[in-house]
Design a protein around this ligand. Structure first.
Ligand code: PMP
Length: 454
């Protein structure tokens, strides 16, 4: 006979099964969401190509690529095959003392695809961890230099970072400490995050005439603090979650020059921009520069699995490895996960085979023709486009739940934040589908009832 306890549990479970969205609201924490007043979540039943099939019946075009990741679309046969075949061989093994073909293949591809000086690859679980790893590499590099040349850095250790305002590098503590100090989480965590230096955000827009004078403060910060600086970290060309700002390649070139002049390592965070999104395979190529340390993630697996990579030069790797510790002090449990590496290999093969340049160029042209003109709309403060990224900055804050609902009714999935309605669709989106996405944005602007003032 069923005990009262089991009966209650089983009733509770059946309740959960019949009302998954209610359970979700009550128990499942979503990104940047309150548990007491959660924003609505939409139930995804399945996904195919650019479409998400919602439980409520709507089929929406995902214009976000699930936050930059799903570049080839959902349920791609080649990616599904790669992960399924790998699962039948080995889904996971520890990476300490063991290695495997998917990881070796992936690291070989990454070494081949990225600029020549980037020779060493450290695999990890997520973008934020890749940034933590990059920062730790930079610190360990300077610990090692200091140990071998004790007179070089007498007064101060090189334990600070320099970065720019409006940046975003992740939600873990080291990553958070180099996010924008105002729109990031500095205020709340002021007493628990490390303090770093912030230069003004890059100002000259991509495509405008370069204005050298914007470097004044950046140069002064390098000159004043270089003895303390382990690294300079920046998102190349596109500042993502910190404002969707697209800046001039000359700025990035100047960063490289200043890092060289003052012996500061350059970390490029290409977690969002990597793998073709800006119209170059890596956004650093717009400025023809190579960082000392490069962070990759998001689209690395075509959005199938969480995986990230931190790459570095021989110099960084050798110096770290010749330190007193004799090794790099990091090693996550799921490092080099074979399923994630296998699907990343398939995703990179597909990217190269499918002629990504043509696809991105076509998306960019269409965004230029159909989305840029929205700058004339009375609700719009600015529009900008690079590669397969389109941004509409509106004059008023968006009402998140209202605008989300309206977009779903219009058959698209767009998740704005603040005053930014932005899209970065899967590379396989068709011209008709992209027009539908832009038309939905236009409709929402015209209706003008999803905004809540300054
Ligand atoms: N850096 C950049 C530039 C990002 O856009 C993100 C994610 N939005 C991260 C780091 C953090 O990556 P993850 O969310 O995978 O930790």
């Amino acid at each position: 006979m069923m005990s009262t306890f089991n009966l209650i549990i089983s009733l509770h479970m059946s309740n959960k099964q019949t009302k998954p969205l209610d359970f979700d609201r009550q128990h499942v924490w979503h990104p940047y969401t309150s548990m007491s007043k959660p924003l609505p979540s939409y139930f995804v039943e399945s996904a195919h190509g650019v479409h998400l099939q919602l439980g409520s019946g709507e089929k929406v075009i995902d214009a976000m690529s699930s936050w930059w990741a799903v570049i080839h679309g959902y349920n791609h046969p080649a990616l599904t095959k790669a992960i399924t075949e790998q699962a039948a061989k080995v889904s996971h093994v520890m990476f300490g003392g063991l290695t495997h073909q998917p990881a070796i293949d992936l690291c070989q591809k990454l070494v081949e695809l990225t600029p020549e000086p980037l020779q060493k690859v450290f695999l990890s679980d997520s973008g934020s961890v890749a940034v933590e790893v990059a920062m730790k590499m930079a610190y360990q590099y300077w610990f090692a230099v200091k140990a071998s040349q004790p007179n070089l850095y007498k007064a101060t250790d090189k334990t600070k970072l320099l970065t720019v305002k409006n940046g975003y590098h992740g939600d873990t503590f080291a990553a958070m400490s180099v996010c924008d100090p105002v729109n990031g989480m500095h205020q709340m965590f002021e007493n628990v995050i490390n303090k770093h230096y912030f230069a003004p955000a890059p100002k000259t827009r991509f495509g405008d005439a370069w204005d050298e004078s914007e470097l004044t403060e950046l140069k002064a910060l390098f000159a004043e603090h270089h003895q303390e600086l382990a690294a300079f970290i920046i998102e190349p060309i596109v500042q993502g979650a910190g404002g969707m700002r697209i800046y001039h390649p000359e700025y990035l070139k100047a960063c490289r020059t200043l890092c060289d002049k003052y012996q500061v390592l350059l970390i490029a965070d290409e977690i969002a921009t990597g793998f073709g999104r800006t119209g170059k395979l890596f956004a650093c190529q717009w400025a023809a520069i190579t960082p000392d340390i490069l962070c990759l993630g998001k689209a690395l697996t075509g959005g199938y699995m969480t995986l990230a990579a931190t790459m570095c030069t021989d110099n960084v790797a050798t110096t770290v490895s010749n330190s007193e510790a004799g090794c790099f002090m990091h090693g996550p449990t799921f490092m080099g996960n074979p399923l994630a590496c296998a699907v990343a290999n398939a995703s990179l093969d597909l990217l190269i085979k499918d002629n990504w340049q043509e696809k991105i160029a076509a998306i960019e042209l269409q965004l230029q023709q159909e989305l840029l003109p929205l700058s004339a709309h009375s609700q719009v403060a600015d529009t900008r486009v690079i590669g397969a990224i389109g941004v509409v900055e509106v004059k008023s804050l968006v009402n998140m739940s209202q605008i989300q609902k309206r977009f779903v009714e219009l058959g698209v999935w767009i998740r704005p934040f603040g005053k930014l309605i932005y899209i970065m669709p899967p590379f396989i989106i068709s011209p008709v589908e992209l027009s539908k996405v832009i038309a939905a944005i236009t409709t929402v602007l015209d209706e003008n009832d999803c905004f809540i003032g300054e």
